[in-house]
Design a protein around this ligand. Structure first.
Ligand SMILES: [Zn+2]
Ligand SMILES: [Zn+2]
Length: 128
């Protein structure tokens, strides 16, 4: 076998391996995505509407993009409600104990995710 032919074969094999590795990393889920929930609960704060909406993380990212918000705390902005069309939708917490949907309350000394119905707080459990 002539040398040139062999060299081409080796280069070809190297390229194949590189592409395989690149594809592997491209489609591998990022570690921070696996620890965040797949779905988010949103609630419309418009009294006349009050819909609760469950969206996937991607849908939520799209909603935030549509609103034009680029800051670091998208969970504190109001998004447009798909039901009533008002800018009144906020991310809310779903209590894993009793299933109650409620808004996180920042600003007080208590954990923001304490359920108003049964007093359960995921954060409290985590930091105990
Ligand atoms: Zn609404
Ligand atoms: Zn609860």
């Amino acid at each position: 076998m002539d040398n040139r032919h062999l060299q081409l074969k080796i280069i070809g094999a190297c390229v194949c391996i590189t592409v395989a590795i690149a594809l592997f990393f491209l489609f591998k889920p990022k570690p921070d995505e696996s620890t965040t929930p797949e779905h988010l609960s949103l609630i419309c704060t418009n009294d006349k509407c009050g819909s609760d909406i469950t969206v996937s993380r991607n849908e939520y990212i799209n909603l935030v993009k549509q609103s034009g918000y680029t800051g670091a705390f998208p969970n504190q902005i109001l998004l447009t409600c798909s039901k009533c069309g008002q800018k009144s939708v906020r991310v809310c917490e779903k209590c894993i104990k009793c299933g109650k949907l409620f808004l996180l309350s920042y600003g007080n000394k208590d954990y923001p995710d304490r359920c108003p119905q049964c007093d359960y707080s995921k954060m409290e459990q985590r930091f105990k």
